[in-house]
Write a protein that binds this ligand. Structure first.
Ligand SMILES: NC(=O)c1ccc[n+]([C@@H]2O[C@H](COP(=O)([O-])OP(=O)(O)OC[C@H]3O[C@@H](n4cnc5c(N)ncnc54)[C@H](OP(=O)(O)O)[C@@H]3O)[C@@H](O)[C@H]2O)c1
Length: 286
């Protein structure tokens, strides 16, 4: 039985049944997302490996460990770097799995792919719900509540956490367990491979002596126009390392030579653009 709490009375948007939230992982994305949930009126407890970032969420309680953060809450959101980080936070010492109570739903929002989501499902205690809910959109969209949230999981679990996720953006129901994680890999492979291709198109233009300004106009008005805009955006920070991680996850699942070539290109460029937004791939330094 889920822990049903009808805490919202009167007009305005509904909180649904889930009112107390643990938010684990306060990087570029987690920080604005947790802030939105506090602003929406949820009771939020935050935890981050580097504690200094956790105290940067005004109005949230700060926990010392993932286990302390999740004790007694209705829903746990994780927004961490990669599968290894999620594994450490959920199954490591003082991790989520040792303290999360039956009836709680764990919403895994990092980009970790369906294989890692299946590992979570196998390891979580009986009675804990799991929803995979990675997001499309970067830091600016996270702050504005304009992410796309790709959900996978059992209907009841997804329905229970949808009011929370709707504070973060538009919820796109993708299917059963792992379906959100899978959908995200399709979407991110399009973005990262496409932005990488932009870098190559500029090189092709230069090799053909097409004036740089004309190349820019051709690209801005062509089929990759949305990616040109994304690569120049100033309100996004999606580190190139994370982009490489995502393509690596995607190519595990399919014979995808173009995505693999993009991944190789990113890996060879990485030492020169480490830590920068993925837009740097569209204009890689020589
Ligand atoms: N940035 C974007 O535009 C964007 C958009 C969509 C999806 N995503 C996905 O969302 C996730 C988070 O992205 P982000 O940009 O917020 O990344 P980020 O700024 O690099 O933050 C990563 C978070 O993971 C934590 N972490 C890393 N390794 C850990 C470990 N071993 N144990 C515990 N915590 C660990 C970091 O803690 P510390 O603070 O201690 O380092 C930090 O809280 C990633 O999966 C990314 O692919 C990002």
């Amino acid at each position: 039985m889920r822990n049903i709490r009808l805490s919202h009375v009167g007009g305005g948007p509904s909180f649904g049944a889930m009112h107390t939230i643990a938010f684990l992982g306060l990087g570029h994305m987690g920080l604005p997302m947790a802030g939105r949930l506090v602003a929406a009126g949820y009771e939020v407890t935050v935890w981050n490996r580097t504690r200094a970032k956790a105290v940067a969420v005004p109005g949230a309680r700060v926990a010392d460990t993932p286990a302390k953060a999740v004790a007694g809450v209705d829903v746990v959101l994780t927004m961490l770097a990669d599968p290894a980080a999620v594994d450490a936070v959920v199954f490591g010492p003082d991790g989520v799995a040792g303290a999360i109570r039956p009836g709680t739903v764990l919403v895994e929002m990092s980009t970790i792919g369906p294989t890692a989501v299946a590992g979570l499902a196998r390891g979580l205690p009986e009675g804990v719900g799991l929803v995979d809910a990675p997001v499309g959109g970067s830091t600016g969209a996270a702050g504005r509540g304009e992410l796309t949230v790709f959900t996978g999981g059992a209907d009841a679990d997804v329905a229970a956490v949808t009011p929370v996720l709707e504070r973060l953006g538009t919820v796109l129901r993708c299917g059963g367990p792992g379906a959100g994680a899978a959908a995200k890999l399709v979407r991110i492979t399009a973005m990262v491979s496409g932005v990488t291709l932009l870098g190559e198109l500029r090189a092709i233009g230069a090799a053909l002596a097409v004036p740089a300004e004309l190349t820019e106009r051709l690209l801005a008005n062509g089929p990759l126009a949305a990616l040109v805009e994304r690569s120049k955006g100033t309100d996004s920070h999606f580190a190139v390392e994370l982009a490489a991680k995502d393509l690596g996850l995607a190519v595990e699942h399919a014979d995808a030579p173009i995505a693999r070539a993009a991944l190789e290109r990113i890996r060879s460029t990485l030492p020169r653009i480490s830590g920068r937004d993925v837009g740097a791939l569209a204009n890689p330094p020589e």
